[in-house]
Each structure stands twice: as structure tokens, then as C-alpha cells.
Design a protein around this ligand. Sequence first.
Ligand SMILES: C[S@@+](CC[C@H](N)C(=O)[O-])C[C@H]1O[C@@H](n2cnc3c(N)ncnc32)[C@H](O)[C@@H]1O
Length: 266
Amino acid sequence: MVDSGTGVSLVADYSEWQARDYYQTYYSEVVLPDEQAVLAYQLEVMRAAPQRFGRALEYGCGPTLHRAIAAAPYAFRLDMADWLADNLQAVRDWLAADADNADWTRFTRFILATEKQRRIDTARMRQREATTRKVVRGLYVSDARWRHPLGRERLAFYDLLISGFCLDAIASDKRVWRRCMRNVLSMVAPGGTTILHFLHKCRAYKVGNRMFPGSNLAVDDVRDVLEELGFAGRSIDVQIIPCPDNAQYGYAGILTASARRERIVD
Ligand SMILES: C[S@@+](CC[C@H](N)C(=O)[O-])C[C@H]1O[C@@H](n2cnc3c(N)ncnc32)[C@H](O)[C@@H]1O
């Protein structure tokens, strides 16, 4: 986003990103209502799959673990990627920590409750986090603007690709978002599933006291690109989750989407 008067960018660059600020702003206190809704959505899509996914990727994970904790029992292997090495270091620290690290425990409890697990106690939560620590394999620095964000050998490689609030947060320019969608989703294998979350109609979102870019997406933007990229029309689901309380952070709704790949489009 550029100031029309001065031509100066009003949004920060990711070199100014602080993993801790992000955790503090969005994840340190409660499981926010919009996050409850997208985690429930992720779980519903994964549970509806006929079998466990073989290879899964969380793209643009940031310093977060909650989507990985949700995905862990549904995949044999889960890789994680992000542009910032610092974010991956936060992930690595949690993976290497012992069960006493409570940063994501509130999310683990929420995930187990959403799955309607009967007994949700400390042992059960530790077990889910231990499964996550086992299932996560590769941690990769990657740029969604690269044609092959994890190299050519990962083309059509993953059976499940999850990406939350990353591809629309790279630039304020929708064309950049479209290219990043093409690049990243080229890693989904035919028959594979993607689960995506974006900020709805957001031009900039807040982390600490900085604003980062948003691609200003609506439902049709997401549906159209998924169709263009070879995802089966009847499998495409795009929903808006209102979250008016988050207007203070630059958005009042979330877009959540899922789809199954029919063919490769190169
Ligand atoms: C809003 S955060 C989302 C983090 C996490 N997925 C979540 O749901 O909270 C946006 C993420 O996009 C990453 N990112 C920014 N530019 C990127 C790029 N060019 N390629 C890949 N990831 C990028 C940032 O490092 C950051 O972790």
C-alpha cells in the first residue's frame, strides 16, 4: 500500500518482522474466535479425507505451531516452510523443547476439544504435542515468489498443503498473490488437498506497532484462482468468517478455503 500523496510505502517489510511480536499480538492470550473457526475448518477438512495424508506441507507457518499440532495425526510426514529463518527458529525451538513448553498448549486443548476427544488432560495434550514433534520433518526457508518455492523436485509432491495468512500477506498487489498461489500450489499432487486462510478485504494488518501488507481478497478472487490452477470446481469451498472485533488489526473477516487438485497446470 502506497500513500497517494507521498508515494511512500505505508506497510513494513518482512525484514522488520518480529516473531515474538506476532506471537504476542495474535496467540499469547486466548484462542481468538476467528482462529477457533479456521482451526475447526482445518480439522473438518482433514477428518473428511478417506485416509491419512502421506506428505503434508504447512507453507508460511511463521513462528506458529497450532496448524501443525492440528495436522499431526492426519499425516505421516509434515514439512514446514517460511521466508524468515527467525520464524523457523521459533518452530525449531518448540520442536526441540520438552513437554513443559506451554506456548501452544491452549491451542492443543482447543484442538482436542474440537475433535470431541473424551478425556482432555495434561497427558493427552502432551501426547498430541509429542506426535507433532515426531511428524514434523523438514523445516525450509522458502520464498513464495520463486516459481518453485521448494525446488523443482517438490512439484506435485504433497498430498496436503496448508497455508494460513501467508500468500495474501506478501504484497498489497493482487497480482503478486496470484503468482504466489500458482507457485506454492504447484506443489500439490493430483488428488491432493489444500486448506488456505486469508484476510478478507484487508490492505494492511497489524503486528506490534507495524502494519504489514494484505492483498485485499474477496471470495471470488480465491475461487477463480483455484479453478484456474486445476482444482476441481465441485471441490472448491470458500467461506467468509466475520470477526468484527479484529477491525483494530486491519480486517473484519477471514476467508477460509479448501479444494482438491484435479490436474497440474504449469
Ligand atoms: C501473517 S504471517 C502468518 C503466519 C502463520 N501461518 C499464522 O497463521 O499465524 C505471514 C507469514 O508469511 C511469511 N512470508 C512473508 N513473505 C513471504 C514470502 N515471500 N514467501 C514465503 N513466506 C513469506 C512471513 O514470514 C510470515 O511468517
